[in-house]
Design a protein around this ligand. Structure first.
Ligand SMILES: C[S@@+](CC[C@H](N)C(=O)[O-])C[C@H]1O[C@@H](n2cnc3c(N)ncnc32)[C@H](O)[C@@H]1O
Length: 286
């Protein structure tokens, strides 16, 4: 998968050199290219923002500079990237769109608190794309005409990572890249880890994962639940599901309410009753 990231702070992306994502890049599973937006600004101050039409506080990112940057990335690269060795490492022969598996054009991802929520399901959908281009906003965001312009040619997704406001799109992009990257084939050491994760499709849809334990069996007087030492796979699976249900009801009641009653067995229903959790009557009718 190829990922292009355009930002006025390329140095934010140094963490993409380490851990799972760093290894995926070394192996070539992920081709990450980080571009300095200011390289496409033409004035002496490398200006990327201006005052908002209609007045109000803050500044808005200019459409011209974003347009040139996105056009250049789509056309096959930029003069500077931080794929390796820190900001502004020059990369020669930066990939042409044809070099991307599947060819075509990137899907443009614009992080913004006003976007649709980033979920595990969306992470999986994006992990199936051959090429993503992240446009990291700052100030009050990017002039909306940029999204309108590219929306005629590319799939454009405005995405929020949560109901809070960050200073810029860089951290939101890091969050998305890590969530997407760990779903790529071969990135996780144990491919089954993602299957048991919170929110994973299948048995864990709309459930968060329960508590986890490792050795020793007793630590500072706290014992590991005996069922986990029993070696009985069926009982362990049941216990894990119970704990996932308990945590979901306690911490994420809105997710519990969205559980499909059809996917619940008798034991699940009894446990939910014990937890005083009630589906709305219309849910039970389905
Ligand atoms: C200060 S914010 C702009 C907030 C904007 N005035 C609003 O209220 O919607 C600057 C940039 O940070 C990023 N950002 C902030 N919060 C975010 C969130 N929850 N999810 C994704 N991106 C976010 C976006 O790139 C945004 O353009």
């Amino acid at each position: 998968m190829r990922l292009d990231i355009v930002s006025i702070f390329p140095e934010y992306f140094a963490p993409l050199d380490v851990s799972l994502i760093g290894k995926a890049r070394e192996r070539g599973t992920l081709d990450v290219r980080v571009h300095q937006l200011r390289d496409w600004a033409h004035d002496v101050h490398k200006t990327v923002d201006d005052t908002p039409y209609g007045g109000g506080p803050g500044m808005v990112m200019k459409p011209e500079v974003w347009g040139e940057a996105i056009d250049a990335v789509i056309a096959g690269g930029s003069p500077t990237t931080v794929t390796e060795g820190g900001p502004s490492t020059t990369v020669t022969g930066g990939g042409s769109p044809a070099a991307v598996a599947g060819g075509g054009l990137p899907r443009l991802i614009v992080p913004t608190p006003s976007g649709r929520p980033f979920t595990q399901e969306l992470a999986q959908e994006l992990a199936d794309e051959p090429w993503l281009l992240f446009a990291c906003g700052r100030y009050e965001g990017i002039d909306s005409r940029v999204m309108a312009e590219y929306g005629t040619r590319l799939r454009v997704d405005e995405i929020s990572i949560g109901d809070y406001v960050l200073a810029g799109g860089e951290v939101a992009t890091l969050v998305m890249v890590e969530a997407i990257g760990r779903l790529l084939p071969g990135v996780l050491g144990n491919a089954h880890s993602a299957v048991d994760d919170s929110f994973a499709p299948g048995a864990m849809r709309n459930l968060v994962e329960g508590p986890v334990f490792t050795k020793p069996p007793v630590w500072r007087g706290h014992e590991v639940p005996p069922v986990l030492l029993s070696g009985h796979h069926g009982k362990v699976a049941r216990w894990r599901r119970d704990e996932a249900l308990r945590r979901t009801v306690a911490n994420r009641p809105e997710l519990a309410a969205a559980l499909d009653p059809e996917t619940l067995d008798k034991h699940d229903r009894r446990l939910l009753e014990e937890l005083s959790f009630r589906f709305q009557p219309e849910d039970m009718a389905n």
